[in-house]
Design a protein around this ligand. Structure first.
Ligand SMILES: C[S@@+](CC[C@H](N)C(=O)[O-])C[C@H]1O[C@@H](n2cnc3c(N)ncnc32)[C@H](O)[C@@H]1O
Length: 220
């Protein structure tokens, strides 16, 4: 069966493009979420994962204080600002400004960065969003452990920055559920695992939505 579709643009392996680059470009061109994001002015297709989860679970409401970790290039921040939320975003990478949002460049797990994020929030957050994707090494076990550690660091920060009853939406890799559940059960009243439709079929990512945080007692 031919893969040619009406209107489909074929990427040629020219100009020194590697095979992987050609595959990536072809996938982008074929992806309806990439086209829809471009049409609606969003910086990334991942906005549709947040939109679906928000529409199903009513995450974001006007006036909420939102902490967006792993925010670049910024489509989740754009979406939350559009919903009328006050957003503080953080990423290791630079991010072009999103009008109405504050941004801190740095590692969200760094205590100095966390302090800066708290100051910008000016009080507890209503929800922590994390689409953090640690750099991969190609070594499966190493990457799995890095991803689990990042989720644990997000949950740890969330328990210290959220208002009582607040929620956390965090990306994780399939298989990490068992490792993180004790922490989730310890700190949150409820949780569910979600795999929005915009998740690529070959991707092993899913999202944990943890609700009803019981804040950490202050350390002595
Ligand atoms: C999939 S992208 C996020 C996409 C974003 N939600 C959007 O809609 O535009 C994952 C991001 O996590 C960031 N990241 C990874 N580790 C981080 C860390 N320790 N602190 C802050 N950002 C991190 C990466 O730099 C990357 O930009």
């Amino acid at each position: 069966m031919s893969s040619a579709r009406p209107g489909r643009v074929r990427v040629r392996a020219k100009g020194g493009r590697t095979a992987a680059q050609v595959r990536w470009l072809q996938r982008q061109l074929d992806d309806p979420y990439v086209a829809a994001a471009k049409k609606r002015g969003y910086r990334a297709r991942s906005v549709f994962k947040l939109e679906e989860i928000d529409q199903k679970h009513g995450l974001l409401r006007r006036g909420m204080a939102v902490l967006d970790l792993g925010a670049a290039p910024g489509s989740w921040t754009q979406y939350a600002v559009e919903k009328g939320c006050r957003v503080v975003a953080c990423d290791l990478l630079e991010m072009a400004p999103v009008a109405g949002a504050a941004f801190v460049q740095g590692d969200f797990a760094d205590p100095a960065v966390q302090e800066r994020l708290r100051t910008l929030l000016g009080g507890p957050a209503d929800i922590v969003l994390s689409d953090v994707a640690p750099n991969t090494t190609g070594l499966r076990n190493v990457d799995r452990l890095k991803a689990e550690a990042a989720v644990e660091a997000v949950l740890d920060f969330a328990t210290r920055v959220l208002r009582p009853g607040g929620a956390c939406l965090v990306k994780l890799l399939k298989g990490a559920e068992r490792a993180i559940l004790p922490l989730v059960r310890q700190h949150f009243a409820g949780y569910r695992f979600l795999r929005p439709k915009a998740t690529r079929a070959e991707s092993s990512e899913l999202y944990l939505l943890a609700t009803g945080v019981r804040p950490e007692p202050p350390k002595e």
